[in-house]
Every structure is written in C-alpha cells, then in structure tokens.
Design a protein around this ligand. Sequence first.
Ligand code: AMP
Length: 216
Amino acid sequence: MKIILLGPPGAGKGTQAKTLASKLNVAHIATGDLLRQNVAKDTDLGKQAKDFMNKGALVPDELVTQMISLRMQEADIEKGFILDGYPRNINQAESLDKILKDRGSEIDSVIYLDASEPVIIQRLTGRLVCSQCGANFHIKNMPPKVAMVCDNCQAKLFQRTDDRAETIKKRLEVYLQESHPLIEYYKKKGKLKRVSSDEDAGIVLDKMLKLLNREQ
Ligand code: AMP
C-alpha cells in the first residue's frame, strides 16, 4: 500500500505513521526526520535546510523532492510506504505523481488527519522526541517511564527547536497557506479519506485501519 498522511503539525502524523507502517509492514518515510538527521550530521543538505526549519518555514521544494526521489529508489519501497510530511504543497504533490508514474506506480490512499487548534498547540508544546530512534513522547499525554529518557532505546529526549510557541504559529500559517490546498488536490483525485484526530492515538489508529479496510 502507498499512503500519504496529511494534516497540520500536531495532528499526530508522526505517531500514527510509525504505528501504521509497522502494522501494514511498509516503509515509513518522514521528511522532517530525514531532514533533522541531515542537520544533526551537518551534511550539505542539513546546512541548507537548517535555517528554514528553525524559522518554521518550508525547505525549498527542489531539495526535499531530490531527497524523496533518492529515498524512492531504495529496495524497501517495493512493499509499500507511508509518507509523513511530504508532499507539503501542490508543487511537491505534482513532483511525487511524476516520480511514481515513472516507476509505473501511484498513491493508493491519502489520509487527512484533522485536529483542532487547541489540541494541536497542547500536543506540540509538550512534545518530546528521542535523539536516537525518533520516537515521540508527550510531557502529559504520553510521558516516558523515566523523565527525559526514551522508553525504547534509553537515549535522551529533547524538545524540537521548532516546537516553541512563536515557531508553532508560523508553522500553522505555512500549513494553511501551502499544505491545506492538498486536501482539495487529492479529493479531486478521489483518494482522500478524512479522520478526526483529536482523540487518543489508539482510537485514531483504529479509525484509519477501518478506512483502509484493515480492521485488526
Ligand atoms: P515535520 O517534522 O514534518 O514537522 O517537519 C519539520 C520541518 O522540516 C518543517 O517545518 C519544514 O521546515 C521541514 N520539512 C519537512 N518536510 C518538508 C517538506 N515536504 N517540504 C519542505 N519542508 C519540509
């Protein structure tokens, strides 16, 4: 299955994409995670992306699309994938259509995780991320067993620099302007499925599996 997860920052795309990918046994491709890895390793791409990310702005399309295009050449893509954080605007969606078409393939489903603003703010301001495996926790909603330590790999947790109130505001503006039009784009193609994601992660996951006809 080839699935895109859409939705504002804080809608739960990262958390849901990880679980859904392991349930469906497909690859999880998170452009935000890939970019953060490049920033941490101080690669050329990381150097170019860092300032845009810290401001809450989008990294230029050509950089991200090249990164996705390379990722799509890896072997694990054959079993299917969940895209989390890409595409972020219509230009990227058109590039993705082309990348897949060149491989004789296309997206099967697009799930739009729709969350309300108070829930988004609460999730983002309390979010903690593992510095090693990328697992997400939350100070209140999903606290780690030991403070600031990852339950899975025991590495240190950190707060993302773009999860500060000012940057969150900017990211939400960027989402509305750039990414929200994707909902119409995929609706017109008959691929869009909407799921309200204000509830707990387990409930949202069940709803997504039902929509994909994969009740478990
Ligand atoms: P995320 O982890 O998805 O919230 O992404 C974190 C940041 O990475 C975003 O605010 C952007 O600066 C950058 N980013 C992630 N995915 C993309 C994309 N598809 N296009 C442009 N920038 C992106």
